[in-house]
Design a binder for this molecule. Structure first.
Ligand code: GTP
Ligand code: MG
Length: 231
């Protein structure tokens, strides 16, 4: 039985955008539950009107479900804005993100960082889910953003990260689709946030289809960088 005295002080909100993830969402939610058993936490699933059983499963497992069908970025921001925790976490629903890494994402915010971002490309990180062409594209965007915005990121298009509630409120986010991760990084630098990257290992999506299209979304990310230069 859980003793409330064991709970860590800061409540945690884990926000998960979903689109047709019925084969993954149960394992993601139960994985989070195991790792966060000593925390006070909520899980917010932001569903883009899935045609499968994603919503039913998420609700049955105790997640709060809200809806947004304008794209992954829009869903993520809507969920983060609705979150009630002091530490906010964004996580994918396809089993790519390891729940055990939640602890490092949380403790770095508790230590005083404003944003803690998983990186697949620092020592200790990795990916079994990124095709060669996307790896090259990601490297290009990392260098471009670092050069233009004087930043030191090692990863750019990866969505496993945490924020303090106050820091998230400072970001001016407009991207509705897969440009959101890049916009978050840029806006975090522009807002002067104290940023920490930690190594993260991205597993292969366990079930279902990925929704990102390399060429279309690569172009979206490039446009995101250009739009943010003028802000
Ligand atoms: N609400 C909502 N969620 C989305 C949308 N598109 C993707 N997602 C979710 O966002 C997360 C990341 O999307 P993925 O399709 O896995 O993108 P990816 O990881 O870059 O692509 P893969 O490597 O192919 O898995 C997953 O949890 C998706 O279910 C959308 O339009 N709306
Ligand atoms: Mg994925």
């Amino acid at each position: 039985m859980r003793n409330s005295k064991e709970f860590r002080a800061k409540p945690i909100s884990v926000v998960i955008p979903t689109l047709n993830e019925e084969g993954n969402i149960a394992n993601v939610i139960s994985g989070i539950g195991k790792v966060l058993r000593n925390y006070k936490y909520e899980i917010i699933v932001v569903d883009g009107h899935s045609k499968d059983k994603t919503v039913m499963i998420a609700k049955r497992l105790g997640a709060r479900v809200i809806y947004d069908n304008l794209g992954k970025g829009s869903a993520l921001v809507r969920g983060l804005n609705k979150a009630g925790g002091d530490v906010l976490i964004s996580m994918d629903a396809d089993m790519s993100n390891e729940p055990k890494e939640l602890i490092a994402l949380i403790t770095n915010i508790e230590k005083g960082y404003d944003m803690c971002a998983g990186s697949r490309f620092m020592k200790g990180g990795g990916s079994e889910d990124i095709p060669f062409i996307r790896k090259i594209g990601n490297k290009f965007f990392v260098h471009l953003v670092n050069a233009i915005f004087r930043a030191q990121f090692t990863d750019m298009c990866y969505g496993y990260r945490s924020f303090s509630r106050t820091a998230f409120g400072k970001l001016r986010l407009k991207e509705k689709g897969f440009g959101i991760e890049t916009e978050i990084n840029i806006q975090a630098v522009m807002a002067g946030l104290k940023i920490k990257e930690i190594p993260s290992f991205e597993k292969k999506r366990e079930s279902g289809q990925g929704k990102l299209s390399t060429v279309r979304d690569g172009y979206v990310i490039l446009k995101t960088i250009m739009k943010n230069m003028g802000r």
